[in-house]
Write a protein that binds this ligand. Structure first.
Ligand code: GLN
Length: 553
């Protein structure tokens, strides 16, 4: 039978509960356990797919096509596993299921209530993750901050799970903040005490406290927190700020977190193997060179909107022995200035990420035009492919006014158009082309070379697609169809001719990048950008060139 770890958060939001949960998952997996993770989100949307990136940040897409919270991205990256739609539960899904059951008459005339009907449905969703066997530990992160009204049913459900199970089969981990008050020159434990009290008020006594702090947590402070919060001193974990998120599990391990989890849950001990993460952190912290890559998008004010892209660049940088400096460019600024030359001056590469809606589109097209004409390495993702095709059609094929029908429904040249199966769809939620689809790579292309394989499965999230009616015309002017979906004959990757590295894909490669196994397209882009930087540098004796010639992978 699987054991359950519940992770809650207190004091303030944004303490990194997702990364803390993912780190616990990583540590347990590295000790030989089979782990899965789940996020419970207290909002009423059925999934975050209908929310603006400004509200919610990135929508992470699983292989089976679920639109999920970005924390699932952290889970997949740390635990190196593919999650499914069952791994993200929202209050919207819970209430939808309960109401559906009520309409079917399944509650036999009873009054349908939060306790037990909603809490039972929550417990069912938590326990079903271990149903098929094959899982030793389920880690469930409860979204929101203790004290929020909307997360109460989730907290009540996990409180009951402690009673439903043997004591060693559940563990409550609470993440809190121990702020440093400058004027007093001290770390303060009171917010942690209050947040644990709020948890105890609803019947949950945490077993382990993970304390986010700017300064080291002294033994004395740990003792104080332990005493006031009723936990063992050993179970007060110092979660000091670190340079890289991949260092978090290593710090937790140094402070004994995995030991105490195993001991409290009476799980047989196995020696952990943390070497892969240690090497990764070492490479991130001490890169031999650096490179500047521009991201031209619409949501650049909110970095969470591009979470997996940022991580993919960290992975790709580490494998190229380079720090990737991301230069965020607002597409609307480029649009206003009428060209991308100034915005991209000094950049070694360009990425145009996914997005929705017309705002900033012409700015993205200008930045792609600059990268294509200047030989600047370029990667376009989803909407980034759309703008690359539009730009090529207008500039190289004489198709004036070419556009995607998403931005101009009356364009004379709809080089990007709705997928046929999308034309009848009216509902917004969960109706895009979603999840893993096969892509056959064409021999001799940059993409085929980067992947080193003939076929890949990549994750999608879009309604619009390269219009095959224009394929012949675009190909005749040199636009390469480098990857094609074999079932539907859809172009999934394009490449520009006469360019060192210009690739755009209809899917989202960032969702598959993992620490220590960077995605081939990100790795390729970073490498091409480094080559360009070196080629443009006239200092024959510079360190960057020496490092490049020293041969990074
Ligand atoms: N808005 C575009 C579409 O729906 C692109 C989506 C994306 O970039 N994820 O097809």
């Amino acid at each position: 039978m699987a054991k359950h770890i519940f992770v809650t958060g207190g004091v303030v939001s944004a303490l990194g509960k997702g990364i803390a949960s993912a780190s616990i998952g990583y540590l347990l997996k590295s000790r030989g356990l089979r782990v899965t993770l789940q996020k419970c989100d207290p909002y009423l949307n059925v999934d975050p797919g209908t929310m603006s990136p400004f509200q919610h940040g990135e929508v992470f897409v699983t292989r089976d096509g679920a639109e999920t919270d970005l924390d699932l991205g952290h889970y997949e990256r740390f635990v190196d596993t593919d999650l499914t739609q069952d791994n993200n539960v929202t209050a919207g899904q819970i209430y939808e299921a309960v109401i559906r059951n009520e309409r079917k008459g399944e509650y036999l005339g009873g009054t349908v209530q939060v306790i037990p009907h909603v809490t039972n449905e929550i417990k069912r969703r938590i326990t079903c993750l271990a149903d098929g066997g094959g899982v030793d530990v389920v880690i469930t992160e409860i979204g929101g901050t203790v004290g929020d009204i909307e997360s109460l049913p989730f907290l009540e459900a996990i409180r009951q799970m402690r009673l439903d199970n043997a004591i060693e089969d559940t563990l409550f981990v609470h993440l809190t903040l121990v702020p440093y008050i400058k004027t007093a020159g001290e770390l303060k434990t009171k917010p942690t005490q209050h947040s644990v009290r709020a948890l105890r008020d609803i019947g949950i006594q945490p077993d382990v406290l993970i304390c986010r702090t700017e300064r080291p947590l002294t033994e004395e402070l740990k003792k104080k927190i332990a005493l006031f919060c009723n936990v063992e001193v050993r179970a007060v974990i110092d979660a000091r700020d670190v340079e890289s998120i991949y260092e978090v599990p290593l710090r937790f391990h140094t402070d004994g977190l995995d030991d105490i989890v195993l001991e409290k849950m009476k799980i047989e001990d196995h020696e952990p193997d943390l070497s892969r993460m240690e090497q990764m952190v070492e490479r991130i912290k001490r890169p031999g060179r650096e490179v500047d890559i521009a991201i031209c998008g619409k949501y650049v004010g909110l970095k969470d909107a591009y979470k997996s892209i940022v991580e993919a660049f960290i992975h790709a940088g580490a494998e190229n022995d380079a720090r990737v400096n991301l230069i965020w460019i607002d597409a609307e600024d480029v649009e206003r200035s009428g060209g991308a030359e100034e915005a991209l001056a000094g950049c070694d590469g360009l990425l145009v990420p996914g997005g929705f809606g017309e705002r900033g589109i012409e700015g993205k097209i200008l930045s792609v035009a600059h990268a294509r004409s200047e030989g600047m390495p370029f990667l376009g993702i989803c909407l980034g492919l759309h703008v690359a095709v539009v730009e090529f059609a207008r500039s190289e094929c004489g198709l004036a006014g070419a556009n995607s029908t998403e931005f101009d429904p009356d364009t004379p040249h709809p080089v990007i158009d709705l997928l046929p199966e999308q034309k009848e769809i009216e509902e917004m939620g969960g109706t895009m082309r979603l999840g893993g689809c096969a892509c056959r790579l064409v021999a001799g292309t940059t993409a085929r070379e980067a992947y080193g394989r003939d076929e890949v499965v990549e994750r999608h999230r879009h309604r619009y697609e390269y219009n095959n009616d224009y394929r012949e015309r675009l190909e005749s002017r040199g636009l390469v169809s480098a990857g094609v979906n074999p079932e539907k004959n859809l172009v999934e990757i394009i490449e520009a001719p006469d360019h060192p590295w210009f690739v755009a894909c209809q899917f989202h490669p960032e969702f598959l990048s993992r620490p220590g196994r960077a995605h081939p397209l990100f790795k390729g882009l970073v490498r091409a950008a480094l080559d360009r930087r070196c080629a443009r540098c006239d200092d024959t004796d510079c360190d960057v060139r020496a490092a490049a010639e020293g041969g990074a992978s």
